[in-house]
Design a binder for this molecule. Structure first.
Ligand code: SAH
Ligand code: SF4
Ligand code: F3S
Length: 453
C-alpha cells in the first residue's frame, strides 16, 4: 500500500468533511501520500452525500469525469465513501469501470484491506453500519483547513427518523463518542493553535456518554481553553436543554449562535414530517433563547413543498420565519428519498413549479430579513476571529463574529487566528463591513463587558 498517492474529495455536510479527515488519517498511517489533484493520484476517494437528488447528481457527474481520467490511467482506483455507499453499491459496481471500492460511513477502518482486494483485481465493498463505531481513537488529520477552525464529531448516526430524511438509513443508529476522547482532541487542537471548534452530530442535544450530557460536554470543552471558541451543529428543537442556554449566556467562549432547524411552520406539516414539536413549542423555545441570551443569533433549515403541503401551510412557514427573524437560513425544495417514511407512505405530490415558487418566496423574504438585520448591526461592536484574507481583496481580512456573521475589514497586521475588536460600518445581506479597532482576547473583551454590566 505504501507509496500510493491518494486524493479525497468531499461532498455534503460538515460531518462528511470531518469523516474525510479520519480517512485521511487512516491512509497516512498506511504510508500513503496525499496529493492535491485527482489527476496525480493512484487512489481517488469521493465522500458522498444523499440528502437530496441534486447532491447525488453532482456525485454521479463527478464519477463520470473520473472515468475519463481512469481511461488514461488504467491503474487509477476510484472509491465511493459516505452516504451514497449503501444505497447505490449494486448500481455502482455494475456500472463498469466507474468505481472499484464502496465504503459506508462506519467501515473506514477497512479501507486499507479493501484497497488490497482491488490490487488483487477484485471490486471491494463494505457498507456495514455499526452500533459502536465512533472512530474515537483515530486522530483526524486536517490538511485542507485554515488552521483556525476545526470540526469535531461527537456522535454518529441518527435515530430521529424525520419522515423526509435519508440520514438514519445512510448513517445508521445514533451513538455518542466518549467525552474524554472528544476533550483530548480539543486539547490537541488548542495546542496546535486552533481557535474555534464546532462540535458535530445530527442531533447533538441527545449526546450521552454515561452520565455526561451535551451541556456537560460543552461545559468541559469550554474550560479546556478559554480563548478557544465553540459552536455546535445541530441541536433538535424537541429536547433543547435550558441549562445549555444559561451556560452559553455565561461563558465568553461559547458562541451566541444557535442553528435550530424548524423545517416548517404549521402543526399539521410538522406532524407529517414526524418532527415532534408544535409551532407554539418551537416559538416558545426561540423566545427563551432570545431572553436568556440577549444577543443570540439564530439560523434554521426549512423545507418547501413536502408531501401534501397546502398554500396555507406554506404561508405558516413564511410567517414563522418572519416571526423568528433568523440571521441565516438554509432553504430547500423537498426531494424524495428512497426508504424514508415519506417515500413509503406519502405521495411527493406538490408540483415541481409550485415547490420552486414557494421556495423562492421563502428565500426572498429571508433575504429581506437578513439585509434588515445586518443593517441594524451598523454601529455595533463585535469580536471577530480572523480566518483569512477576504475573497475579494488581499488588502482585507475576513472572519466571523461569535454570532456567526462574516465581517470584512482592513488587513493591517492582523493574521488568521487573531481576535479583533471591530465596529460595523456597512452591511449587505451576506456580509458586514467594519473598521478594526484593535487586537483583543475573549477574556479581556468579555471580561470588561461583564465587569461593566
Ligand atoms: N440532523 C440535522 C439535519 C441534517 S440534513 C438536523 O436535523 O438538524 C440538513 C437539512 O437538509 C435538514 O435539516 C433538512 O432541512 C434538509 N433535508 C433533509 N432531507 C431532505 C429532503 N429529502 N429534501 C429536502 N431537504 C432535506
Ligand atoms: Fe435527518 Fe431528522 Fe436525523 Fe436531522 S434529525 S438527520 S433531519 S432524521
Ligand atoms: Fe449528506 Fe450524509 Fe451529511 S446524506 S448531509 S453527507 S449525513
Amino acid at each position: 500500500m505504501t507509496d500510493k498517492k491518494f486524493y479525497i474529495e468531499t461532498y455534503g455536510c460538515q460531518m462528511n468533511f470531518a469523516d474525510s479527515e479520519i480517512v485521511n488519517s487512516i491512509l497516512l498511517e498506511e504510508g500513503m501520500k496525499p496529493v492535491h489533484e485527482a489527476e496525480e493520484a493512484d487512489v481517488v476517494l469521493v465522500n458522498t452525500c444523499s440528502i437530496r437528488e441534486n447532491a447525488e447528481t453532482k456525485v454521479w457527474n463527478r464519477l463520470k469525469e473520473l472515468r475519463s481520467i481512469k481511461k488514461e490511467n488504467g491503474e487509477l482506483t476510484v472509491g465511493v465513501l459516505g452516504c451514497m455507499a449503501e444505497r447505490i453499491k449494486d448500481k455502482i459496481i455494475e456500472q463498469e469501470h466507474l468505481v472499484d471500492i464502496v465504503v459506508g460511513p462506519d467501515a473506514y477502518r477497512d479501507i486499507p484491506r479493501l484497497l488490497e482486494e482491488v490490487d488483487d483485481g477484485r471490486k471491494a465493498v463494505n457498507v456495514l453500519l455499526s452500533l459502536e463505531e465512533t472512530y474515537a481513537d483515530i486522530a483526524p488529520v486536517r490538511t485542507t483547513g485554515n488552521g483556525v477552525n476545526a470540526f469535531v464529531s461527537i456522535m454518529r448516526g441518527c435515530d430521529n427518523m424525520c419522515a423526509f430524511c435519508v440520514v438514519p438509513f445512510t448513517r445508521g443508529r445514533e451513538r455518542s463518542r466518549p467525552m474524554e476522547s472528544i476533550l483530548r482532541e480539543i486539547k490537541e487542537l488548542s495546542d496546535q493553535g486552533y481557535k474555534e471548534v464546532t462540535l458535530l452530530g445530527q442531533n447533538v442535544n441527545s449526546y450521552l456518554d454515561g452520565e455526561n450530557t451535551f451541556t456537560k460536554l460543552m461545559d468541559e470543552a469550554s474550560k479546556v481553553d478559554p480563548e478557544m471558541r465553540f459552536r455546535f451543529s445541530s441541536p433538535h428543537p424537541k429536547d433543547f436543554p435550558d441549562d445549555l442556554l444559561h451556560l452559553i449566556a455565561e461563558r465568553p467562549n461559547l458562541c451566541n449562535y444557535i442553528h435550530i432547524p424548524a423545517q416548517a411552520g404549521s402543526d399539521t406539516m410538522l406532524e407529517r414530517m414526524r418532527r415532534p414539536y408544535t409551532r407554539e413549542q418551537y416559538l416558545d423555545l426561540v423566545e427563551k433563547m432570545k431572553s436568556i441570551i440577549p444577543r443570540v443569533s439564530l439560523s434554521t433549515d426549512i423545507i418547501a413543498g413536502f408531501c401534501d403541503e397546502t398554500e396555507e401551510e406554506h404561508q405558516q412557514t413564511m410567517s414563522l420565519m418572519k416571526e423568528v427573524e433568523y440571521d441565516l437560513a438554509y432553504m430547500f425544495a423537498y426531494s424524495e428519498r428512497e426508504r424514508t417514511l415519506a417515500h413509503r407512505k406519502f405521495e411527493d405530490n406538490v408540483p415541481e413549479d409550485v415547490k420552486k415558487k414557494r421556495l423562492s418566496e421563502i428565500i426572498t423574504q429571508q433575504m429581506e430579513i437578513q439585509a434588515r438585520r445586518n443593517q441594524n448591526e451598523i454601529g455595533n461592536r463585535h469580536v471577530v476571529l480572523v480566518e483569512g484574507t477576504s475573497k475579494r481583496s488581499d488588502e482585507q481580512m475576513s472572519g466571523r463574529t461569535d454570532t456567526n456573521k462574516m465581517v470584512v475589514f482592513d488587513r493591517k497586521d492582523f493574521k488568521p487566528g487573531d481576535y479583533v475588536e471591530v465596529e460595523i460600518t456597512g452591511a449587505t445581506s451576506a456580509t458586514l463591513l467594519a473598521r478594526p479597532i484593535g487586537k483583543t482576547t475573549l477574556q479581556d473583551y468579555y471580561g470588561a463587558e461583564v465587569a461593566a454590566a
